[in-house]
Write a protein that binds this ligand. Structure first.
Ligand SMILES: Cc1ncc(C[n+]2csc(CCOP(=O)(O)OP(=O)(O)O)c2C)c(N)n1
Ligand SMILES: [Mg+2]
Length: 461
Protein backbone atom coordinates (compact mmCIF):
# COMPACT_ATOMS: atom_id res chain seq x y z
CA UNK A 1 0.00 0.00 0.00
CA UNK A 2 2.70 2.47 0.94
CA UNK A 3 4.47 2.09 -2.42
CA UNK A 4 1.23 2.81 -4.30
CA UNK A 5 0.62 5.83 -2.11
CA UNK A 6 4.17 7.01 -2.79
CA UNK A 7 3.88 6.50 -6.56
CA UNK A 8 0.68 8.52 -6.70
CA UNK A 9 2.22 11.20 -4.54
CA UNK A 10 5.37 11.51 -6.63
CA UNK A 11 3.32 11.70 -9.83
CA UNK A 12 1.75 14.81 -8.32
CA UNK A 13 4.79 16.09 -6.43
CA UNK A 14 5.79 18.68 -9.00
CA UNK A 15 2.39 20.29 -8.72
CA UNK A 16 2.44 20.14 -4.95
CA UNK A 17 5.84 21.65 -4.46
CA UNK A 18 5.96 24.22 -7.24
CA UNK A 19 6.09 27.58 -5.44
CA UNK A 20 4.17 29.73 -7.89
CA UNK A 21 2.33 27.07 -9.83
CA UNK A 22 0.48 24.76 -7.45
CA UNK A 23 -1.94 26.86 -5.44
CA UNK A 24 -2.59 25.95 -1.87
CA UNK A 25 -6.04 24.69 -2.56
CA UNK A 26 -4.74 22.66 -5.50
CA UNK A 27 -2.16 21.07 -3.18
CA UNK A 28 -4.84 20.15 -0.68
CA UNK A 29 -7.17 18.89 -3.37
CA UNK A 30 -4.44 16.76 -4.93
CA UNK A 31 -3.57 15.06 -1.65
CA UNK A 32 -7.20 14.41 -0.87
CA UNK A 33 -7.78 12.99 -4.35
CA UNK A 34 -4.76 10.68 -3.85
CA UNK A 35 -6.36 9.42 -0.66
CA UNK A 36 -9.72 8.98 -2.39
CA UNK A 37 -8.14 7.01 -5.25
CA UNK A 38 -6.34 4.79 -2.79
CA UNK A 39 -9.53 4.18 -0.85
CA UNK A 40 -11.44 3.36 -4.04
CA UNK A 41 -8.78 0.79 -5.00
CA UNK A 42 -9.00 -0.67 -1.51
CA UNK A 43 -5.29 0.12 -1.01
CA UNK A 44 -6.06 2.39 1.90
CA UNK A 45 -8.89 2.05 4.35
CA UNK A 46 -10.65 5.09 5.77
CA UNK A 47 -9.79 5.72 9.41
CA UNK A 48 -12.14 3.59 11.44
CA UNK A 49 -14.29 5.22 14.11
CA UNK A 50 -14.81 3.07 17.17
CA UNK A 51 -17.93 0.92 16.63
CA UNK A 52 -21.11 2.66 17.74
CA UNK A 53 -22.53 1.02 20.80
CA UNK A 54 -26.03 1.89 21.84
CA UNK A 55 -25.04 1.05 25.38
CA UNK A 56 -26.98 3.89 26.88
CA UNK A 57 -30.38 4.39 25.36
CA UNK A 58 -31.55 6.55 28.26
CA UNK A 59 -29.53 9.83 28.21
CA UNK A 60 -30.46 10.72 31.79
CA UNK A 61 -28.63 7.67 33.10
CA UNK A 62 -25.63 8.03 30.81
CA UNK A 63 -22.68 10.36 31.64
CA UNK A 64 -21.39 10.56 28.06
CA UNK A 65 -22.66 10.85 24.51
CA UNK A 66 -21.13 8.18 22.30
CA UNK A 67 -20.40 10.37 19.28
CA UNK A 68 -18.34 9.80 16.08
CA UNK A 69 -14.84 11.06 16.81
CA UNK A 70 -15.02 10.37 20.55
CA UNK A 71 -17.46 10.40 23.42
CA UNK A 72 -18.61 13.72 24.90
CA UNK A 73 -19.51 14.19 28.56
CA UNK A 74 -23.07 15.33 29.31
CA UNK A 75 -23.86 18.22 31.65
CA UNK A 76 -27.11 19.60 32.99
CA UNK A 77 -25.58 23.09 33.30
CA UNK A 78 -26.36 25.36 30.35
CA UNK A 79 -22.92 26.92 29.92
CA UNK A 80 -22.14 29.08 26.92
CA UNK A 81 -18.41 29.18 26.28
CA UNK A 82 -16.99 32.69 26.15
CA UNK A 83 -15.65 33.52 22.69
CA UNK A 84 -13.31 36.33 23.72
CA UNK A 85 -11.50 34.41 26.43
CA UNK A 86 -12.48 37.09 28.96
CA UNK A 87 -13.55 34.44 31.50
CA UNK A 88 -10.13 32.82 31.61
CA UNK A 89 -8.07 36.01 30.99
CA UNK A 90 -5.71 36.47 28.09
CA UNK A 91 -3.26 33.75 27.15
CA UNK A 92 0.15 34.69 28.63
CA UNK A 93 3.22 35.45 26.57
CA UNK A 94 6.41 33.40 27.14
CA UNK A 95 9.59 35.42 27.57
CA UNK A 96 13.10 34.87 28.89
CA UNK A 97 14.78 38.30 29.00
CA UNK A 98 13.47 41.54 30.47
CA UNK A 99 13.77 44.84 28.53
CA UNK A 100 17.29 45.34 29.88
CA UNK A 101 18.57 42.01 28.64
CA UNK A 102 18.54 40.33 32.07
CA UNK A 103 17.25 36.81 32.60
CA UNK A 104 13.92 36.93 34.39
CA UNK A 105 14.22 35.35 37.85
CA UNK A 106 12.10 32.36 36.87
CA UNK A 107 14.14 31.64 33.74
CA UNK A 108 17.70 32.18 35.02
CA UNK A 109 19.83 29.11 34.44
CA UNK A 110 16.97 27.22 32.83
CA UNK A 111 16.87 28.81 29.42
CA UNK A 112 20.43 29.64 28.47
CA UNK A 113 20.65 27.21 25.62
CA UNK A 114 22.85 29.15 23.23
CA UNK A 115 26.56 29.83 23.51
CA UNK A 116 28.83 32.68 22.34
CA UNK A 117 29.18 31.65 18.69
CA UNK A 118 25.43 31.34 18.15
CA UNK A 119 24.66 34.52 20.12
CA UNK A 120 27.18 36.61 18.17
CA UNK A 121 25.96 35.20 14.84
CA UNK A 122 22.37 36.05 15.81
CA UNK A 123 23.30 39.59 16.83
CA UNK A 124 25.43 40.16 13.72
CA UNK A 125 22.57 38.98 11.51
CA UNK A 126 20.24 41.43 13.26
CA UNK A 127 22.66 44.27 12.44
CA UNK A 128 22.97 42.99 8.86
CA UNK A 129 19.16 43.16 8.48
CA UNK A 130 18.99 46.64 10.08
CA UNK A 131 21.73 47.96 7.79
CA UNK A 132 20.28 46.41 4.63
CA UNK A 133 16.81 47.71 5.49
CA UNK A 134 18.07 51.26 6.07
CA UNK A 135 20.12 51.45 2.87
CA UNK A 136 17.64 49.68 0.57
CA UNK A 137 14.86 51.92 1.93
CA UNK A 138 16.95 55.01 1.10
CA UNK A 139 17.79 53.61 -2.35
CA UNK A 140 14.06 53.28 -3.06
CA UNK A 141 13.51 56.87 -1.93
CA UNK A 142 16.23 57.93 -4.38
CA UNK A 143 14.24 56.28 -7.17
CA UNK A 144 16.74 53.47 -7.75
CA UNK A 145 14.28 50.70 -6.76
CA UNK A 146 10.57 50.43 -7.50
CA UNK A 147 9.56 49.19 -4.03
CA UNK A 148 10.95 48.09 -0.67
CA UNK A 149 9.67 46.96 2.69
CA UNK A 150 11.61 46.66 5.96
CA UNK A 151 11.35 44.33 8.95
CA UNK A 152 12.39 46.96 11.50
CA UNK A 153 11.27 45.97 15.00
CA UNK A 154 10.70 42.33 14.00
CA UNK A 155 14.31 41.14 13.69
CA UNK A 156 14.06 38.83 16.72
CA UNK A 157 11.16 36.85 15.25
CA UNK A 158 12.92 36.00 12.02
CA UNK A 159 16.44 35.52 13.36
CA UNK A 160 15.48 33.83 16.66
CA UNK A 161 13.30 31.35 14.76
CA UNK A 162 15.67 30.72 11.83
CA UNK A 163 18.50 29.97 14.27
CA UNK A 164 16.41 27.23 15.88
CA UNK A 165 15.69 25.41 12.61
CA UNK A 166 17.66 22.91 10.56
CA UNK A 167 18.82 23.85 7.02
CA UNK A 168 16.76 20.84 5.83
CA UNK A 169 13.49 22.39 7.03
CA UNK A 170 11.57 23.85 4.10
CA UNK A 171 10.51 27.45 4.53
CA UNK A 172 7.64 29.47 3.13
CA UNK A 173 7.88 33.16 3.99
CA UNK A 174 5.48 36.09 3.78
CA UNK A 175 7.72 39.08 2.95
CA UNK A 176 8.90 40.63 6.23
CA UNK A 177 11.42 37.91 7.10
CA UNK A 178 14.69 39.07 5.56
CA UNK A 179 16.45 37.82 8.72
CA UNK A 180 15.47 34.23 7.88
CA UNK A 181 17.10 34.47 4.45
CA UNK A 182 20.27 36.12 5.74
CA UNK A 183 20.53 33.58 8.58
CA UNK A 184 20.58 30.84 5.93
CA UNK A 185 23.45 32.64 4.18
CA UNK A 186 21.36 34.03 1.36
CA UNK A 187 23.86 36.74 0.44
CA UNK A 188 23.40 40.50 0.27
CA UNK A 189 24.31 40.17 -3.40
CA UNK A 190 21.52 37.63 -4.01
CA UNK A 191 19.16 39.97 -2.18
CA UNK A 192 20.25 43.01 -4.21
CA UNK A 193 20.02 41.07 -7.49
CA UNK A 194 16.38 40.21 -6.71
CA UNK A 195 15.47 43.78 -5.71
CA UNK A 196 17.04 45.22 -8.86
CA UNK A 197 15.61 42.42 -11.04
CA UNK A 198 18.87 41.94 -12.91
CA UNK A 199 20.00 38.94 -14.96
CA UNK A 200 21.31 37.17 -11.83
CA UNK A 201 17.92 37.36 -10.08
CA UNK A 202 16.57 33.80 -9.76
CA UNK A 203 13.10 35.11 -10.70
CA UNK A 204 14.55 36.77 -13.86
CA UNK A 205 13.14 40.15 -12.88
CA UNK A 206 9.53 38.98 -13.10
CA UNK A 207 8.63 39.64 -9.44
CA UNK A 208 8.38 42.81 -7.40
CA UNK A 209 11.37 43.57 -5.16
CA UNK A 210 11.55 41.60 -1.87
CA UNK A 211 9.98 38.46 -3.39
CA UNK A 212 13.03 36.33 -2.66
CA UNK A 213 13.31 32.58 -3.04
CA UNK A 214 16.12 30.06 -3.37
CA UNK A 215 16.01 26.34 -4.07
CA UNK A 216 19.55 26.05 -2.72
CA UNK A 217 18.45 27.46 0.66
CA UNK A 218 15.20 25.43 0.83
CA UNK A 219 13.15 28.62 0.67
CA UNK A 220 10.15 28.72 -1.66
CA UNK A 221 9.62 31.94 -3.59
CA UNK A 222 7.53 34.55 -1.79
CA UNK A 223 4.23 35.40 -3.49
CA UNK A 224 2.22 38.61 -3.10
CA UNK A 225 -1.27 37.17 -2.53
CA UNK A 226 -1.50 36.83 1.23
CA UNK A 227 -1.74 33.41 2.91
CA UNK A 228 -1.14 31.24 -0.15
CA UNK A 229 1.98 29.94 1.61
CA UNK A 230 -0.03 28.51 4.53
CA UNK A 231 -1.83 25.55 2.89
CA UNK A 232 1.25 25.08 0.71
CA UNK A 233 3.24 24.57 3.91
CA UNK A 234 0.75 21.94 5.05
CA UNK A 235 1.21 20.15 1.71
CA UNK A 236 5.01 20.38 1.89
CA UNK A 237 4.92 19.04 5.46
CA UNK A 238 2.76 16.14 4.33
CA UNK A 239 5.28 15.30 1.62
CA UNK A 240 8.13 15.36 4.19
CA UNK A 241 6.07 13.02 6.33
CA UNK A 242 5.53 10.60 3.44
CA UNK A 243 9.23 10.61 2.61
CA UNK A 244 10.05 9.95 6.28
CA UNK A 245 12.34 12.99 6.44
CA UNK A 246 13.81 14.30 9.68
CA UNK A 247 12.60 17.79 8.81
CA UNK A 248 9.53 19.96 8.98
CA UNK A 249 7.90 22.73 6.97
CA UNK A 250 7.85 26.21 8.48
CA UNK A 251 5.71 29.08 7.35
CA UNK A 252 5.58 32.72 8.44
CA UNK A 253 2.65 35.11 8.14
CA UNK A 254 1.25 38.31 9.66
CA UNK A 255 -1.77 38.96 11.86
CA UNK A 256 -3.77 40.39 8.95
CA UNK A 257 -3.09 37.31 6.86
CA UNK A 258 -4.98 35.15 9.35
CA UNK A 259 -8.20 36.70 8.04
CA UNK A 260 -7.68 34.95 4.69
CA UNK A 261 -9.51 31.68 4.07
CA UNK A 262 -6.20 29.99 3.26
CA UNK A 263 -5.05 30.42 6.86
CA UNK A 264 -8.01 28.40 8.15
CA UNK A 265 -7.81 25.80 5.37
CA UNK A 266 -4.07 25.38 5.96
CA UNK A 267 -4.34 24.90 9.72
CA UNK A 268 -7.25 22.50 9.49
CA UNK A 269 -5.61 20.52 6.72
CA UNK A 270 -2.33 20.21 8.66
CA UNK A 271 -4.15 19.15 11.81
CA UNK A 272 -6.28 16.49 10.12
CA UNK A 273 -3.37 15.11 8.09
CA UNK A 274 -0.93 15.18 11.05
CA UNK A 275 1.51 17.23 9.00
CA UNK A 276 4.80 18.31 10.64
CA UNK A 277 4.61 22.06 10.11
CA UNK A 278 5.41 25.00 12.36
CA UNK A 279 3.10 27.95 11.73
CA UNK A 280 4.74 31.19 12.86
CA UNK A 281 2.48 34.20 13.08
CA UNK A 282 4.20 37.57 13.40
CA UNK A 283 1.50 39.50 15.18
CA UNK A 284 2.90 43.00 14.72
CA UNK A 285 -0.29 44.86 15.62
CA UNK A 286 -1.06 46.16 12.13
CA UNK A 287 -2.05 45.00 8.65
CA UNK A 288 -1.14 48.17 6.70
CA UNK A 289 -3.61 50.59 8.38
CA UNK A 290 -5.89 47.97 10.00
CA UNK A 291 -5.15 47.50 13.71
CA UNK A 292 -5.58 44.05 15.26
CA UNK A 293 -8.63 45.31 17.20
CA UNK A 294 -10.43 45.58 13.84
CA UNK A 295 -8.97 42.34 12.49
CA UNK A 296 -10.38 39.76 14.94
CA UNK A 297 -12.31 39.48 18.21
CA UNK A 298 -10.36 36.45 19.48
CA UNK A 299 -7.45 36.59 21.93
CA UNK A 300 -4.95 37.09 19.13
CA UNK A 301 -3.92 34.17 16.96
CA UNK A 302 -2.72 31.68 19.56
CA UNK A 303 -6.29 31.05 20.72
CA UNK A 304 -7.27 29.89 17.22
CA UNK A 305 -4.92 26.90 17.41
CA UNK A 306 -7.17 25.15 19.90
CA UNK A 307 -10.11 25.42 17.52
CA UNK A 308 -8.18 23.36 15.00
CA UNK A 309 -6.76 20.93 17.57
CA UNK A 310 -3.25 22.37 17.18
CA UNK A 311 -0.76 22.71 20.05
CA UNK A 312 0.08 26.40 20.32
CA UNK A 313 2.18 28.93 22.23
CA UNK A 314 2.35 32.72 22.50
CA UNK A 315 5.82 34.19 22.72
CA UNK A 316 7.39 37.64 23.12
CA UNK A 317 8.52 38.28 19.56
CA UNK A 318 10.95 40.98 20.69
CA UNK A 319 12.88 38.54 22.86
CA UNK A 320 15.19 36.60 20.52
CA UNK A 321 15.99 33.99 23.17
CA UNK A 322 12.32 33.29 23.88
CA UNK A 323 11.63 32.94 20.14
CA UNK A 324 14.64 30.66 19.75
CA UNK A 325 13.56 28.41 22.64
CA UNK A 326 9.94 28.21 21.55
CA UNK A 327 10.75 27.40 17.93
CA UNK A 328 13.39 24.83 18.87
CA UNK A 329 10.84 22.94 20.96
CA UNK A 330 8.05 23.50 18.42
CA UNK A 331 10.23 21.99 15.69
CA UNK A 332 11.13 18.97 17.83
CA UNK A 333 7.46 18.37 18.67
CA UNK A 334 6.32 18.79 15.06
CA UNK A 335 8.78 16.14 13.87
CA UNK A 336 8.53 13.75 16.80
CA UNK A 337 4.74 13.81 17.04
CA UNK A 338 4.23 14.38 13.28
CA UNK A 339 1.81 17.20 14.01
CA UNK A 340 1.46 20.92 13.37
CA UNK A 341 2.40 23.55 15.98
CA UNK A 342 1.25 27.18 16.01
CA UNK A 343 3.46 29.94 17.43
CA UNK A 344 2.17 33.48 17.83
CA UNK A 345 5.00 35.99 18.26
CA UNK A 346 3.89 39.35 19.65
CA UNK A 347 5.94 42.12 18.07
CA UNK A 348 5.45 45.49 16.37
CA UNK A 349 5.87 46.82 12.86
CA UNK A 350 8.05 49.86 13.61
CA UNK A 351 8.40 50.82 9.95
CA UNK A 352 5.74 52.01 7.57
CA UNK A 353 4.06 49.04 5.88
CA UNK A 354 6.22 49.64 2.80
CA UNK A 355 7.65 52.46 0.72
CA UNK A 356 4.06 53.03 -0.51
CA UNK A 357 2.75 53.86 2.98
CA UNK A 358 2.90 56.64 5.59
CA UNK A 359 1.87 55.09 8.91
CA UNK A 360 1.88 58.40 10.83
CA UNK A 361 -1.45 59.04 9.08
CA UNK A 362 -3.19 56.28 11.07
CA UNK A 363 -1.25 55.60 14.28
CA UNK A 364 0.27 57.76 17.02
CA UNK A 365 3.97 58.55 16.65
CA UNK A 366 4.46 57.95 20.41
CA UNK A 367 3.38 54.34 19.90
CA UNK A 368 5.96 53.90 17.14
CA UNK A 369 8.68 55.60 19.22
CA UNK A 370 7.96 53.41 22.24
CA UNK A 371 8.45 50.21 20.24
CA UNK A 372 11.43 51.63 18.37
CA UNK A 373 13.34 52.55 21.53
CA UNK A 374 12.14 50.94 24.78
CA UNK A 375 11.07 47.67 23.18
CA UNK A 376 13.73 47.33 20.48
CA UNK A 377 14.54 43.60 20.03
CA UNK A 378 18.02 44.38 18.70
CA UNK A 379 18.99 46.62 21.64
CA UNK A 380 17.62 44.09 24.12
CA UNK A 381 19.55 41.21 22.63
CA UNK A 382 22.73 43.31 22.43
CA UNK A 383 22.43 44.13 26.14
CA UNK A 384 22.26 40.42 26.95
CA UNK A 385 25.20 39.52 24.68
CA UNK A 386 27.24 42.36 26.22
CA UNK A 387 26.42 41.23 29.75
CA UNK A 388 27.69 37.76 28.84
CA UNK A 389 31.01 39.43 27.92
CA UNK A 390 30.74 38.51 24.23
CA UNK A 391 30.32 41.99 22.76
CA UNK A 392 31.59 45.55 23.18
CA UNK A 393 31.52 49.03 21.57
CA UNK A 394 34.61 48.36 19.48
CA UNK A 395 33.13 45.20 17.90
CA UNK A 396 29.89 47.10 17.36
CA UNK A 397 31.51 49.96 15.40
CA UNK A 398 33.57 47.53 13.32
CA UNK A 399 30.50 45.39 12.50
CA UNK A 400 28.35 48.38 11.50
CA UNK A 401 31.16 49.76 9.28
CA UNK A 402 31.64 46.36 7.56
CA UNK A 403 27.92 45.83 7.03
CA UNK A 404 27.42 49.26 5.51
CA UNK A 405 30.30 48.66 3.11
CA UNK A 406 28.99 45.21 2.13
CA UNK A 407 25.45 46.48 1.49
CA UNK A 408 26.63 49.45 -0.59
CA UNK A 409 28.89 47.20 -2.66
CA UNK A 410 26.06 44.71 -3.28
CA UNK A 411 23.73 47.50 -4.42
CA UNK A 412 26.33 49.01 -6.71
CA UNK A 413 27.08 45.63 -8.30
CA UNK A 414 23.39 44.72 -8.72
CA UNK A 415 22.45 48.10 -10.13
CA UNK A 416 25.17 47.99 -12.77
CA UNK A 417 24.27 44.51 -13.98
CA UNK A 418 22.37 43.91 -17.22
CA UNK A 419 18.65 43.12 -16.96
CA UNK A 420 17.20 39.78 -18.17
CA UNK A 421 16.23 39.84 -21.83
CA UNK A 422 12.70 40.72 -22.87
CA UNK A 423 12.00 37.18 -24.04
CA UNK A 424 12.39 35.90 -20.45
CA UNK A 425 9.13 37.65 -19.67
CA UNK A 426 7.33 34.97 -21.65
CA UNK A 427 9.42 31.95 -20.71
CA UNK A 428 9.18 29.19 -18.08
CA UNK A 429 5.40 28.84 -17.81
CA UNK A 430 4.47 26.89 -20.95
CA UNK A 431 6.54 24.30 -22.83
CA UNK A 432 5.32 25.85 -26.06
CA UNK A 433 4.24 29.48 -26.07
CA UNK A 434 0.47 29.67 -26.75
CA UNK A 435 -0.73 31.95 -29.60
CA UNK A 436 -2.05 34.71 -27.30
CA UNK A 437 1.36 35.09 -25.60
CA UNK A 438 3.14 34.97 -28.95
CA UNK A 439 0.93 37.82 -30.05
CA UNK A 440 1.65 39.78 -26.83
CA UNK A 441 5.39 39.34 -27.30
CA UNK A 442 5.21 40.49 -30.92
CA UNK A 443 3.13 43.51 -29.96
CA UNK A 444 5.52 44.43 -27.07
CA UNK A 445 8.56 44.27 -29.35
CA UNK A 446 6.73 46.44 -31.86
CA UNK A 447 5.95 49.09 -29.20
CA UNK A 448 9.53 49.09 -27.88
CA UNK A 449 10.78 49.62 -31.44
CA UNK A 450 8.41 52.53 -31.99
CA UNK A 451 9.04 54.19 -28.58
CA UNK A 452 12.63 53.28 -27.64
CA UNK A 453 13.03 56.22 -25.25
CA UNK A 454 10.17 54.97 -23.04
CA UNK A 455 11.89 51.65 -22.35
CA UNK A 456 14.98 51.00 -20.23
CA UNK A 457 18.09 50.82 -22.36
CA UNK A 458 19.60 48.06 -20.18
CA UNK A 459 16.92 45.48 -21.07
CA UNK A 460 18.14 43.43 -24.08
CA UNK A 461 15.31 43.21 -26.59
C1 LIG B 1 -5.08 38.27 -0.84
C2 LIG B 1 -4.50 39.64 -0.60
N1 LIG B 1 -5.28 40.61 -0.10
C3 LIG B 1 -4.78 41.85 0.12
C4 LIG B 1 -3.46 42.12 -0.16
C5 LIG B 1 -2.90 43.53 0.08
N2 LIG B 1 -2.02 43.52 1.27
C6 LIG B 1 -0.68 43.39 1.12
S1 LIG B 1 0.10 43.35 2.59
C7 LIG B 1 -1.34 43.51 3.46
C8 LIG B 1 -1.33 43.53 4.96
C9 LIG B 1 -0.90 42.24 5.57
O1 LIG B 1 -0.77 42.39 6.96
P1 LIG B 1 -0.11 41.30 7.87
O2 LIG B 1 -0.48 39.95 7.42
O3 LIG B 1 -0.43 41.65 9.27
O4 LIG B 1 1.47 41.45 7.58
P2 LIG B 1 2.44 42.67 7.91
O5 LIG B 1 2.46 43.53 6.68
O6 LIG B 1 1.92 43.37 9.10
O7 LIG B 1 3.78 42.07 8.14
C10 LIG B 1 -2.43 43.62 2.58
C11 LIG B 1 -3.82 43.77 3.00
C12 LIG B 1 -2.68 41.07 -0.71
N3 LIG B 1 -1.40 41.23 -1.01
N4 LIG B 1 -3.22 39.84 -0.90
MG1 LIG C 1 0.70 42.66 10.68
Amino acid sequence: MSSLLKTLFFQNKKRLLSPGGGSAVAAATTILSIRRRLMSTGAMLPQQSPPFTDSCADDTLCPTLDFPGGSVPFTSKMNFISGSGEDEGRIPCYRVLDEDGNFLPATAGVHQVIGEEMAVKMYSTMVRVETADTIFYEAQRQGRLSFYLTSTGEEAVSIGSAAALSPHDILMLQYRELGVLLWRDFTLQEMANQCFGNKCDYGKGRQMPIHYGSTHHNILTISSPLATQIPQAAGVAYSLKMEGKDACAVTYFGDGTTSEGDFHAGLNFAAVMDAPVVFICRNNGWAISTPVAEQFRSDGIVSKGKGYGITSIRVDGNDALAVYNAIRVAREMAIKKQAPILVEALTYRVSHHSTSDDSTKYRPTQEIEHWKTTRSPVARFRKWVEKEGWWNDEKESQLRRDMRKQVLEAIQEAEGMEKPSLSELFADVYDHLPPNLKEQERSLRDIVKRHPKDYPADVPV
